[in-house]
Design a protein around this ligand. Structure first.
Ligand SMILES: NC(=O)c1ccc[n+]([C@@H]2O[C@H](COP(=O)([O-])OP(=O)(O)OC[C@H]3O[C@@H](n4cnc5c(N)ncnc54)[C@H](OP(=O)(O)O)[C@@H]3O)[C@@H](O)[C@H]2O)c1
Length: 299
């Protein structure tokens, strides 16, 4: 309670990448639950659209413009948020992310660097900027949105899996490092949910496909079929709310039937079996036709 005015203090939460998918669902849900939400957008136009969506659903939230891949933008936005909230946010939801699908052979250094800037360095930078305020107040929450694919490396999505695997490692370290300061840190690992992310991944595959690697057509069809069948992002938003409202938030929340099945299956499977399953699902050939033919001839 705010003793001076006798009413509950609204806790401030920044949600990065709040202009669509999981981020928008989370920002709107948290606003509906009474949080003082600051959603980040990459342009003022998108920020205005988010505010309009909130107003249309009878909620209110505030926005700032933030490009997480740009350190200057991160410092400016977090400074602005500190002024808006009178000293900094109670919680951070690092949700902004990009897919960057394509075979390892086809993804350039530049593309990989951008992916890591957004999915990994950007998220950690936002944590670093929010932590001094949390430390000062002796409490805070950080929720980092990883992916089931952070624990199940996925062919033609290797860099994405790597970025989320690294995000997961840093999140688990941060939780231990900040426990003494009253900052609770959770990782959320969604499976597939229908957002623009899978469409972006399909576009990435089309751009990366130079005809040299196998599996692109099948992966495009797979992502399209998955996107058409899976639910919208609301279950992930619900889970993020749980991580923020639970008195004892869990270290890790895995969301969605696919992730809850695939992650443990991958953990217990020998590598040869998980490789085989990935070959079957992606259509990536197990042996080269040339080598298989040569083997037959010599047999
Ligand atoms: N959907 C899934 O199946 C799924 C599964 C596992 C994990 N995830 C993770 O969930 C998070 C949200 O994804 P989503 O599915 O909701 O995707 P989405 O609909 O594409 O939303 C991504 C959000 O991140 C923002 N963003 C992208 N690059 C940014 C940058 N450089 N700086 C600031 N903001 C940036 C986007 O802004 P713009 O609108 O301006 O592009 C958008 O608001 C991501 O971290 C993703 O890896 C998603």
């Amino acid at each position: 309670m705010d003793a001076s005015v006798g009413r509950p203090v609204r806790r401030s939460v920044v949600v990065t990448g709040a202009t669509g998918g999981i981020g928008a669902a989370t920002a709107l849900r948290l606003a509906g639950a009474g949080f003082d939400v600051i959603g980040t957008a990459r342009s003022q136009e998108k920020a205005d659209a988010l505010v309009a969506a909130a107003v249309a659903s009878g909620r209110s939230l505030r926005t700032v413009v933030l490009e997480v891949a740009d350190p200057v933008s991160c410092v400016e936005a977090m400074g602005q948020i500190a002024s808006m909230t009178g000293g900094g946010v109670w919680a951070v939801v690092n949700n902004a992310g990009v897919p960057q699908a394509g075979s390892i052979e086809d993804v350039s250094d530049e593309q990989a660097r951008h992916l890591l800037e957004v999915n990994l360095l950007g998220a950690m930078r936002i944590c670093r900027l929010a932590l001094p305020g949390m430390r000062l107040r002796g409490e805070g929450r950080i929720v980092n949105v990883s992916s089931g694919l952070g624990r199940v490396p996925w062919p033609l999505g290797g860099w994405y899996s790597a970025s989320k695997h690294a995000l997961s490692a840093l999140t688990h370290c941060l939780r231990v490092e900040m426990a003494h300061a009253g900052v609770r840190v959770s990782l959320v690992e969604p499976g597939a949910f229908a957002t623009a992310m899978l469409d972006r991944a399909i576009d990435d595959l089309t751009q990366a496909d130079r005809g040299g690697a196998e599996g692109y057509d099948r992966s495009r069809a797979l992502f399209g079929a998955v996107n058409a069948r899976v639910p919208g992002p609301e279950p992930v938003a619900r889970t993020i709310e749980k991580a923020l409202t639970s008195p004892r938030p869990r270290a890790r929340y895995t969301v969605g039937l696919d992730a809850r099945l695939l992650v443990p299956l991958h953990t217990v499977s020998p590598l040869w079996l998980s490789d085989l399953i990935k070959h079957k699902i992606t259509g990536l050939p197990h042996t080269s036709p040339v080598r298989a033919g040569a083997a037959k001839e010599t047999a």
